[in-house]
Design a protein around this ligand. Structure first.
Ligand code: HPA
Length: 167
């Protein structure tokens, strides 16, 4: 009976106007890793249409809800890096050139699988840092956790409002 997947992640921003503590709703993604959870599956259903992979109506709902509560919600493209190491500054410049607004190490395979199963997907990135080389911040897992903790109350509140309105 599950029809909707709401995903959250921590991500690095590639946009100077989208600083740490920002929230971004995914409009699309770049599968930079070129891996798929559907490799090894059979049948024509594996040829999943990835247009509107992030359900436009849910994205609009998120933007509208944020607007209602006076929260800023950016919209952008998420670039998937495999990790677990952070990116190099050159990789960040490449991702930016390719059209990513934020980068992270998750979410894309889950979205592919969810679309394969016919679920509607909404995904939100919590920006914990600027991409490598864009600032003097020292990237680490501890830094990601600390930033996420600092923004968790506001982010959870917005998420709760959005989930309450899910069609
Ligand atoms: N890169 C990849 N994953 C991340 C980052 C980043 O800068 N920040 C949080 N998760």
């Amino acid at each position: 009976g599950c029809h909707t997947l709401v995903q959250t992640n921590a991500a690095g921003s590639l946009r100077t106007d989208m600083p740490p503590q920002s929230l971004m709703v995914l409009t699309d993604h770049l599968n930079l890793v070129q891996r798929s959870p559907l490799v090894g599956t059979h049948g024509n259903e594996r040829f999943v249409n990835m247009i509107d992979a992030y359900y436009p109506e849910l994205k609009r709902l998120a933007v509208h809800t944020a607007h209602t509560y006076g929260a800023t919600l950016f919209e952008g493209v998420y670039g998937w890096f495999l990790g677990p190491q952070f990116e190099t500054p050159a990789e960040i410049r490449m991702a930016k050139l390719l059209g990513a607004d934020a980068v992270g190490m998750s979410t894309v395979p889950e979205t592919i699988l969810a679309r394969h199963l016919g679920l509607r997907v909404l995904a939100l990135s919590f920006i914990t840092n600027f991409g490598a080389g864009m600032s003097t911040e020292n990237l680490s897992h501890a830094h990601t956790l600390q930033q996420a903790k600092a923004g968790s109350a506001a982010a959870s509140q917005l998420l709760a409002h959005i989930i309450a309105k899910l069609p």
